[in-house]
Design a protein around this ligand. Structure first.
Ligand code: ADP
Ligand code: ASP
Ligand code: MG
Length: 404
């Protein structure tokens, strides 16, 4: 029998009614003749609520203790989903990340999966059970409980799909696929039927929350097809791209075609004229991961840090001030605006077009960074939403290329 992995995000299991709906969808899949593995996120805003609680107790919560706390969210969801499936007559069993064999490195809060040993999951599938797994968590080789960074349930689902040789991995959410921009921010955004792994990974890294970047990296490595769909959508039919987004190996579009616009609201720029090596040593000592780095000369450094997994910012600020004084400056009123597409920088045309559009709206970028798949403008955070709409209009509405 083919194995199908389904991941349900926080909004899909936010209350008892929705948990029942998820259980029904799981049962439909089982009845269609698949072995089913379900990966769940914490209910609704549980992870945010737990983080807020931790902050009330400690402004710089210890990373290990945060992981102990945050993993509780998915544990609640997995047990409830399993119970709901059993209520419908299904034979379900729930497992934590550790029980399902998700082995990570020893970083807390943003651990990486290094191996999946899915023996217990396979045993239970062989017994005909539906296995429900707590997403976003694993266990380090030192036997410590770890979490995979915000949005990490997607990573659990894809890694488990790869380890089990699943036919596909469904990522079920409150949106029916990956759009040309966040449909909450841009009403004219369109669903994209098929995306390559590279395009999806860049969109995710640029802030499109619908799929987690590390999850896409895994899928690419193992050749797993991801179906991004709404929890309320039917099961994937003969053409899953008809009512969702399929992420798979995909031959390049016309180079330079923009497929989407994404933004990240909460970033921190560290600008330094101190020794690059010394600044990076301090960042590593505090487990601060930089998203992007630019160094010119021996001592002109800019590091972009995503605040999503930065829970000890007060400690970081104090540490940098104490060690480097005025030589390090933190800029915290910026957001990152990106356009994504293969070969987007083959010429400077896209960069010029985007920068001109920003210019004509009176937005002056603080920084610009490019890669072969992306152009990112760092701009004032309070202009970000408007700039996302502007870029969508510029690249994807007016004479925009047709995105299949
Ligand atoms: P889940 O809890 O199911 O994991 P997330 O909140 O992590 O869901 O991701 C889904 C959200 O991602 C959507 O509600 C949507 O607002 C947002 N989003 C941002 N960019 C995009 C995009 N390009 N396409 C679709 N959704 C996007
Ligand atoms: N519950 C975690 C989060 O909110 C993981 C996830 O939802 O994927 O980030
Ligand atoms: Mg998510």
């Amino acid at each position: 029998m083919s194995i199908v992995v389904q991941k349900y995000g926080g909004s899909s299991v936010a209350d008892v009614t929705r948990i029942r709906q998820v259980a029904e969808r799981v049962m439909l899949t089982k009845r269609a003749g698949h072995d089913v593995v379900v990966v769940v996120s914490a209910m609704g805003d549980t992870t945010d609520d737990l983080l807020a609680l931790a902050k009330q107790v400690s402004p710089n919560p210890e990373r290990r203790e945060l992981d102990m706390l945050l993993t509780a969210g998915e544990r609640i969801a997995m047990a409830l989903v399993s119970m709901a499936i059993r209520e419908l007559g299904g034979d379900a069993i729930s497992f934590t990340g550790s029980q399902s064999g998700i082995i990570t490195n020893d970083r807390h809060v943003d651990a990486r999966i290094i191996e999946v040993r899915p023996f217990r999951v396979q045993d239970e599938l062989a017994r005909g059970k539906i296995v429900v797994i707590a997403g976003y968590q694993g266990v380090s080789y030192r036997r410590e409980v770890t979490t995979l960074g915000r949005g990490g349930s997607d990573t659990t689902a894809v890694a488990m799909s790869a380890a089990l040789g699943a036919e596909y991995c469904e990522i079920c959410s409150d949106v029916d696929g990956v759009y040309t921009a966040d449909p909450r921010a841009v009403s004219t955004a369109r669903r994209i039927s098929i995306l390559s792994y590279e395009e999806t990974q860049e969109l995710a890294e640029a802030g499109a929350k619908v799929l987690n970047a590390q999850a896409v990296e895994f899928a690419k490595e193992k050749g797993i097809a991801i179906y991004a769909r709404a929890t309320t959508s039917p099961l994937p039919g003969a053409d899953p791209s008809a009512d969702g987004t399929v992420v798979r190996r995909y031959s390049p579009r016309m180079p330079g075609t923009v497929v989407g616009v994404a933004s990240e609201r909460d970033i921190l720029l560290i600008e330094s004229s101190a020794s690059t090596a010394d600044v990076l040593t301090l960042l590593d000592a505090q487990h601060v991961a930089g998203k992007q780095l630019h160094a010119s000369g021996r001592a002109m450094l800019t590091v972009v840090v995503s605040r999503e997994n930065l829970h000890e910012e007060a400690r970081l600020r104090a540490g940098l001030a104490e060690r480097f004084g005025g030589r390090v400056r933190l800029v915290d009123d910026l957001g990152a605006l990106s356009v994504v597409g293969a070969g987007i920088n083959a010429s400077f045309e896209n960069l010029r077009r985007g920068t001109d559009a920003l210019d004509s709206s009176g937005v002056s970028p603080h920084d610009i960074a490019t890669s072969s798949f992306r152009i990112t403008w760092m701009i004032q955070r309070d202009r970000l939403d408007e700039a996302v709409r502007l870029m969508h209009r510029t690249f994807l509405e007016h004479a925009g290329p047709v995105v299949p």
